[in-house]
Write a protein that binds this ligand. Structure first.
Ligand SMILES: Nc1ncnc2c1ncn2[C@@H]1O[C@H](COP(=O)(O)OP(=O)(O)OP(=O)(O)O)[C@@H](O)[C@H]1O
Length: 654
């Protein structure tokens, strides 16, 4: 990390004079990172008087937004938080991709206008070769947080700016982009570099939390007290103890480089057996373990309890009784890349993990429980599991337990003997469970099954025999079982609405499908649906609308998205190829136009940034000798804002 603030302005003036003649200042005159950047700029043939370049086309910007949709989603709440706190300093908060192309901006309207004149806005590329030394481009080139102030900018038109930026790496170590604060150099927010570095860490943690949700996750720090703070390193392990993902802090603590991810084993890095870490994850124990780095330094480790959907690591034993009649022998599934499950992979990391887990139990007697909000695609997922498995040529029998009137469920599921009840068919009915023999039984909305029937279903699942209503001999059945519910069944047990023994019979592998707002593949999903609804002449989303849709909370999930896009396709005039606001269902357009909920959004803990902000204010106040007006001036915020931050009421007179 570099800090340029302490260097005398006269030294910088002298250094600039040399630069104007194509020469570099002597070492130690200016910040080393800035000096290296000037050197790169000169080597690239730039001159301080050169005109800035690097504008992207609308199409290029849309493509970058699509590609970095996942990053945008995780970065937005942090950007909004930074913006809310720096509002009075006249700064803009920018997000750029790994090429330096700005893909999102939030800022003070007056400064945005000024910033626009130097292309500090989405669609402009700020890599060093296009715009000389600047925080975005230099942070990318240095792969470290940097601040670039006033005349440290290489090109003359940028010298009115002060900027700080931090690079953002994904959990697999890939450089994804940069977060930046830029403003007029006279209102330089102190500690901007520390703030932006903390903001960058928050985004990297949010990316990690989202992408490594199903893995065994470790939190590391050299001191036990450091666990749970922004300074801890995060590491994800596969079931065999391989390090598959890590935040930059996690990699540093373990002494790994990006290329080691997916290869390095945790045991020699931490001096702790992988099995012990996995046990700890399954037991949900909170006590930190003490490991040792390869260099022999102690490292405290807290293992996150495994999420429910990660139970596949230790699948329970299959159902006890074997069918008395030989079942059609399930064939091993060729793990063809293009199976029915692969069709559901549109690029979301969490979905990919779930699909992979589902694939591993295909053909095995392990019941699958699908959980997730309404409309996330549980039924579609169940259909794909069946179609990808060895029973694909046998029936898939779906029963919606919420849609059947209670008195009929029993007959529908278990069948009935001839004349079992008034209105019954003369020759009886086999029931849905027997219809699924040899294939897959899909019990949708199982959480809505009346308690009185849950015991009977449990018996069938244990014994794999059905006794029809009204008597008759038990009939052996063999089926793969998939159940689904939007109700969290674990919680339903606590409220007494669901039998615990049935739950444990159903959840051999629980897969919790993510809500649409948490998926990172919005653009791909939307494109796929549009292609489905308008094959041949597939429309695209207008760029502004695409961004608004991607940020929407989608309470109805994929069902709502599919309906909205189907409607929009129908609203297009012949020959029209772009879907815009006017094509949307009215209620959705109204929702989209409503102001966003206040940041930060769910899943992201703003506490570390709040602490960083409080510490910045505290230091500035101290440096200003307790003078609030002076502190506000130095912070580049209004006195009112400072009072708000301090939680004080404004005195009658200053
Ligand atoms: N991967 C997908 N790609 C495209 N469309 C999808 C996808 N998943 C779901 N959908 C759309 O969302 C609709 C709802 O999906 P589905 O019925 O599988 O959800 P669900 O989670 O079972 O909902 P509920 O809990 O309300 O029963 C589908 O009809 C389909 O239009």
């Amino acid at each position: 990390m570099t800090q340029t603030g302490g260097r005398a302005p006269s030294r910088l003036r002298d250094a600039r004079a040399l630069l104007d003649h194509g020469e570099l200042p002597p070492p130690g005159t200016i910040d080393p990172a800035v000096c290296r950047s000037w050197q790169r700029c000169l080597a690239a043939g730039l001159h301080p008087g050169s005109a800035p370049a690097g504008e992207s086309s609308r199409l290029g910007l849309d493509g970058a937004i699509d590609r970095r949709h996942h990053l945008l989603r995780r970065a937005r709440p942090v950007m909004e938080y930074l913006h809310a706190h720096l509002r009075d300093s006249g700064s803009v908060v920018l997000l750029a991709d790994q090429s330096g192309l700005v893909i999102d901006a939030l800022g003070d309207a007056a400064f945005l206008e000024r910033a626009d004149r130097v292309a500090l806005r989405p669609g402009a590329c700020w890599d060093e070769t296009a715009r000389g030394t600047n925080a975005i481009g230099t942070a990318l080139a240095e792969a470290a947080p940097v601040s670039v102030h006033g005349a440290e900018h290489f090109l003359a038109p940028h010298r009115f700016l002060t900027c700080a930026a931090a690079p953002l790496a994904g959990p697999d170590g890939t450089l994804l982009g940069v977060i930046d604060i830029s403003g007029p150099h006279r209102a330089r927010p102190p500690h901007a570099l520390g703030l932006i570095a903390a903001a960058g860490q928050m985004i990297e943690r949010a990316l990690f939390e989202a992408e490594a949700a199903g893995a065994v996750r470790l939190r590391l720090h050299p001191q036990a007290e450091g666990l749970g703070t922004l300074a801890e390193g995060l590491v994800a392990l596969s079931e065999d103890g391989t390090v598959i993902a890590a935040t930059p802090a996690g990699r540093t603590l373990l002494g790994l480089c990006c290329g080691d991810l997916g290869r390095a084993r945790i045991e020699p890095l931490l001096g702790l057996p992988a099995a012990r870490l996995l046990d700890q994850a399954q037991a949900g124990a909170d006590r930190p373990l003490t490991g040792r780095t390869r260099a022999g330094r102690p490292l405290f480790v807290r293992v996150d309890p495994l999420r429910r959907h990660a139970v596949a690591l230790v699948p329970p034993r299959p159902a006890a009784a074997r069918p008395s009649r030989p079942a059609p022998v399930p064939q091993p599934v060729a793990s063809a890349p293009e199976d029915a499950l692969a069709a559901l992979d549109t690029g979301d990391a969490r979905m990919r993990t779930l699909l992979d887990r589902a694939r591993r139990v295909l053909g095995k007697p392990i019941p699958i429980l699908l959980q997730g909000e309404s409309g996330v695609g549980k039924e579609l997922f169940a259909t794909a599991i069946h179609a990808a498995g060895p029973r694909r040529d046998r029936p898939l029998v779906a029963v919606n337990c919420a849609a059947l009137p209670e008195p009929l469920i029993e007959a529908e599921l278990f069948g009935y003997a001839p004349g079992a009840f008034t209105g019954a068919r003369r020759d009886g009915a086999p029931g849905r469970i027997r219809e699924a023999d040899g294939g897959t039984l899909f019990l949708d909305e199982i959480g809505d099954m009346p308690l009185s029937l849950q015991g009977r279903l449990l018996r069938v699942l244990q014994e794999r025999r059905v006794v029809p209503l009204g008597g008759g001999k038990p009939v052996a059945v063999d089926f793969a079982l998939i159940a689904a519910s939007h109700r969290p069944l674990k919680a339903e047990i606590d409220t007494g609405r669901f039998r615990a023994d049935l739950y444990y019979r159903l959840n051999g592998l629980t897969l919790t499908l993510p809500p649409l707002r948490e998926r990172g593949d919005f653009a791909a999903l939307a494109a796929r649906l549009l292609a489905e609804f308008a094959p041949g002449n597939t429309p695209r989303l207008a760029p502004g609308l695409a961004v608004a849709l991607a940020r929407y909370r989608w309470p109805g999930n994929l069902r709502q998205l599919a309906n909205a896009l189907r409607f929009a396709c129908a609203m297009l005039d012949p020959g029209e190829t772009e879907i815009d606001w006017i094509h949307l269902p009215e209620d959705l357009a109204e929702d989209l136009a409503a102001p966003p909920p206040p940041p930060p959004t769910a899943g992201l803990d703003p506490a570390p940034l709040r602490v960083a902000m409080a510490s910045v204010i505290e230091h500035t106040l101290e440096a200003a000798g307790g003078n609030l007006s002076e502190a506000a001036r130095r912070l580049g915020i209004s006195r009112n804002t400072l009072y708000r931050r301090l939680g004080q009421r404004r005195p009658a007179r200053l």
